[in-house]
Write a protein that binds this ligand. Structure first.
Ligand SMILES: N[C@@H](CCC(=O)N[C@@H](CSC=O)C(=O)NCC(=O)O)C(=O)O
Length: 281
């Protein structure tokens, strides 16, 4: 691991690192926030934040205003990049923002040329936590959250790995990617035509068809004026599936808020409080 930069913030420490990723077969960058702590011995619980389309490790750390709340609750935060990167990493043929670089969809691609590098699911669930837990004073107590494409990542990863996390939250998540243009484009490109493979990365399908081992607490916030709401995000699909299986989801729709980090920064304190209940239990 190589340190890229570090900044003191709210008494804690924000750092960026790059490292060689075996899962993605390229160099990856991540950011970590370590809250101020008096204890030299106690390991910190951690929230993994998955960002949305076009983001890197920097968007959330710079725009969400999370540090004060993470510090108050003694929670570390890890923000990975949203896709593999590098000269030899395949991108969308037209350079679109919603596929390829910056749009890894937190899955393991099976289709050439993407399968050579796009293994974000393995990176987030196995490689990154191992790296974090062996290099920082961080325990294996983990929560997961994210925005939009990252909300889809948080929900699908949390639902499939409920033994690994204590809680899940999302801002404006893509809830049913098999049934929206962003998701259909990404799944076709990364996974091919086999829809049974798509279903493994669709939160709504997972609710209905996957054996969910533990019903982790889920909190979702959605802006009412989000321009992506009806065509891409479709929260009602997930809520209907959750209702059908008796899974209680704390969902709130907020009048007037859009899809941006202005929305995220308005409600991030509530998400940190939500996760803190479980991370600090
Ligand atoms: N450029 C696109 C929209 C891109 C966008 O809105 N990205 C969001 C995530 S969308 C879902 O995953 C984002 O977080 N952007 C980074 C930021 O710092 O705001 C368009 O113009 O439509």
């Amino acid at each position: 691991m190589e340190l890229i930069s570090e900044n003191k913030v709210f008494g804690g420490l924000h750092q960026r690192f790059k490292h060689q990723s075996a899962a993605n077969n390229c160099e990856m960058t991540f950011a970590i926030f370590l809250p101020k702590t008096d204890s030299k011995n106690n390991k910190l619980p951690v929230l993994y934040w998955l960002s949305g389309l076009t983001c890197t490790d920097e968007n959330f750390m710079q725009k969400a205003g999370v540090f004060k709340y993470a510090n108050e609750h003694g929670i570390a935060i890890v923000a990975p990049d949203t896709s593999p990167r590098g000269e030899d990493v395949a991108d969308d043929e037209n350079g679109s923002y919603d596929f390829g670089l910056g749009a890894g969809f937190y899955l393991n691609a099976t289709q050439a040329p993407f399968a050579a590098h796009y293994k974000m699911y393995d990176y987030i669930t196995v490689e990154l936590p191992k790296l974090i837990e062996s290099n920082f004073p961080i325990s294996d107590k983990k929560a997961i959250s994210g925005h939009s494409m990252g909300g889809h990542g948080a929900l699908t990863i949390g639902l499939k790995n409920s033994h690994q996390y204590v809680s899940i939250s999302a801002f404006a998540p893509i809830t049913n990617p098999m049934d929206c243009p962003w998701g259909v484009k990404a799944f076709t490109g990364y996974l091919g035509e086999d829809e049974s493979l798509w279903a493994q990365y669709d939160a709504t399908k997972l609710m209905l068809e996957h054996k969910i081992e533990r019903k982790l607490p889920i909190k979702i916030d959605q802006g009412g004026d989000d321009t992506f709401l009806t065509e891409q995000l479709k929260p009602e699909a997930l809520l209907n599936a959750a209702k059908a299986i008796g899974y209680d989801v704390d969902y709130q729709l907020h009048d007037g808020y859009d899809h941006s980090y202005f929305f995220i920064s308005s409600f991030i304190e509530q998400h940190i409080e939500f996760h803190a209940q479980y991370l600090n239990a």
